[in-house]
Design a protein around this ligand. Structure first.
Ligand code: NAG
Length: 525
């Protein structure tokens, strides 16, 4: 009997033989370094020839690693979407000797220093992507997608070819955490709308999406032990529309879709403030005192609601909520909010944060909170999201906590671009596309050591937006600049050069039907 390995060998040899009969064509010169890659790779060396992508290409993935195979399938799918070509995906360890391949290879090379690092070699007859993990391979695939030209070359041979410029790219992210946040509480966004946002984030190498799942105006995730949260709390949103919520099955669908793109979903339940919708559903949660009596809220005020912080039942409730969400969230992080608890007494707030941090830890997760939680004695493994108050972040960083930089004046995607832009707020100032890009997270808080910065996150609050078109108007193109800020080295970033690459994203925007804001600061192509 012929073994499986032998069959693969025969297949490989015959494929190679078949390829070698192909007529050599003279490929025009290309320049890998001229492709408008975003985020900009750490190192690009062009070799000025081309790999001709056509349907004879086969994608091979490393050994029998199903995660690498899934990355190969993802690439095949995207090639199909961009060029119409059908390319096959195979798994073998023998692919090294074949012609016309894209080989996605699991490698333990010491040059690959972080899990998302990758090496991409484009040669005349083959393309290699080396990475330690499937996440690294996936990031490399995004670079390859961007290297495939929009237009085919139809004149070189009897069938269309896509000329991928040759060269090598050595790449790795600056920060391990590169996220956006979507507020699905002020306005609800459907599973499909979240998926589309994830698709675009993945293309620019984001690796996390924080979902703000609860606020005064709405509760957006099914909690089986507390059904009124969605029956009552899920039924409203800003402006008075009917809101909505994700069933746990739908939430899992979002998590799985994100995971296929090597993006983590970080769930947030915001507390003890921003809790009107929860207290409306279960009045025992309400603090009383200075906090407004719960009622349906469709306005955009903040800072008037609070959970009761001294009742055991409140913590039992929180324990149930965290348990149910943690059970369907593979991310190690659970965001507990903690912002703008203006009507909670400081000592009650501190007591609350310390108790909830423990609940989160008991369910196996690391707590994340807005910078206000730094007022409490939080453990060094709790993460702070710095949006407005440096001193709390500094204190926590000195105690060992990692910081996510989300400066409101630079990174809030819900701020208007300029005085004529349609959606958004202005309280943290206008954030035009150049201002969004042209600064460094390190300089936002000079005293913060670089090692304390876990990464960056661009929050998109949804008081003024309620569908994909409006979401995309505020997010793009600014979120693309943050993608580069999170990935590329500080020294390699330059606004004048970046804006020329940004201008070349238009064909991708059109293909994806992205309603970006066509700022005049960029000469769109
Ligand atoms: C802040 C609030 C948020 C609101 C946003 C609007 C944080 C951490 N908190 O006031 O609830 O939606 O601004 O820009 O940002």
């Amino acid at each position: 009997m012929i073994s499986r390995v032998a069959w693969i060998f025969i297949a490989v040899i015959s494929l190679a033989a078949c390829q070698s009969q192909k007529k050599e064509i003279n490929l025009p010169k290309t320049d890998m370094a001229q492709v408008a890659l975003i985020p900009k790779p750490v190192e690009t060396v062009a070799t000025h020839s081309a790999y001709a992508l056509d349907s004879s290409t086969v994608i091979y993935t490393s050994q029998a690693n199903p995660e690498f195979h899934a990355v190969g399938e993802f690439l095949a799918n995207k090639i199909k979407g961009k060029t119409g070509l059908t390319v096959n995906v195979n798994t073998t360890s023998e692919a090294g000797s074949v012609d016309r391949i894209v080989y996605i290879n699991q490698s333990d090379s010491d040059d690959l220093k972080t899990p998302e690092a990758y090496q991409l070699y484009v040669k005349k007859d083959s393309i290699y992507i080396n990475a330690k993990t499937a996440a690294g391979a996936f990031r490399g695939i995004q670079t390859l997608r961007q290297l495939i030209p929009e237009q085919s070359n139809d004149t070189l041979t009897d069938h269309p070819l896509w000329l991928v410029p040759t060269g090598k790219i050595m790449d790795a992210p600056r920060y391990a955490y590169r996220a956006s946040m979507l507020d699905v509480a002020r306005h609800f966004f459907t599973v499909d709308e979240v998926k589309k946002y994830l698709d675009i984030l993945a293309y620019y190498k984001y690796n996390a999406l924080h979902l703000h799942l609860s606020d005064d105006q709405g509760w957006r995730i099914e909690i089986k032990s507390w059904p009124k949260l969605t029956e009552i709390g899920g039924a409203s949103e800003v402006g008075g529309e009917s809101g909505g919520f994700y069933t746990q099955e739908e939430y899992k669908e979002i998590v799985a879709y994100a995971a296929e793109r090597h993006i983590e979903i970080i769930p947030e339940i915001d507390m003890p403030g921003h809790t009107n919708a929860a207290s409306l559903s279960y009045p025992f949660l309400h603090a009383g005192g200075k906090a407004d009596k719960p009622r349906v809220r469709t306005d955009t005020q903040v800072g008037y609601s609070s959970f009761h912080t001294r009742k055991d039942e409140v913590y039992e409730f929180i324990d149930d909520v965290v348990r149910e969400i943690a059970a369907i969230s593979p991310s190690p992080y659970f965001h507990i909010g903690g912002d703008e608890s203006h009507v909670t007494k400081k000592k009650d707030y501190i007591h609350f944060v310390e108790k909830v941090e423990k609940i989160v830890q008991n369910h196996g997760k690391t707590a994340v909170g807005w910078n206000e939680i730094g007022q409490a004695k939080i453990s060094p493994n709790t993460v702070l999201q710095l949006w407005n108050e440096p001193h709390n972040a500094l204190k926590a960083a000195n105690n060992g906590s990692k910081i996510i930089v989300s400066s409101a004046e630079r990174m809030y995607l819900d701020m208007k671009y300029d005085s004529i832009s349609e959606y958004g707020l202005t309280w943290a100032g206008l954030i035009p596309v150049d201002l969004a890009y042209n600064w460094d997270p390190k300089t936002y808080l000079e005293e913060l050591p670089e090692e304390s910065i876990m990464g960056i996150e661009a929050p998109l609050w949804s008081e003024t937006i309620s569908n994909s078109d409006e979401l995309e108007y505020l997010a793009f193109p600014r979120a693309i600049g943050y993608a580069e800020m999170g990935w590329s080295t500080a020294e390699s970033r330059n606004w004048e050069e970046y804006r020329t690459r940004l201008a070349k994203q238009v064909p991708y925007f059109s293909r994806m039907n992205i309603n970006y804001y066509p700022t005049k600061l960029v000469d769109w192509e």
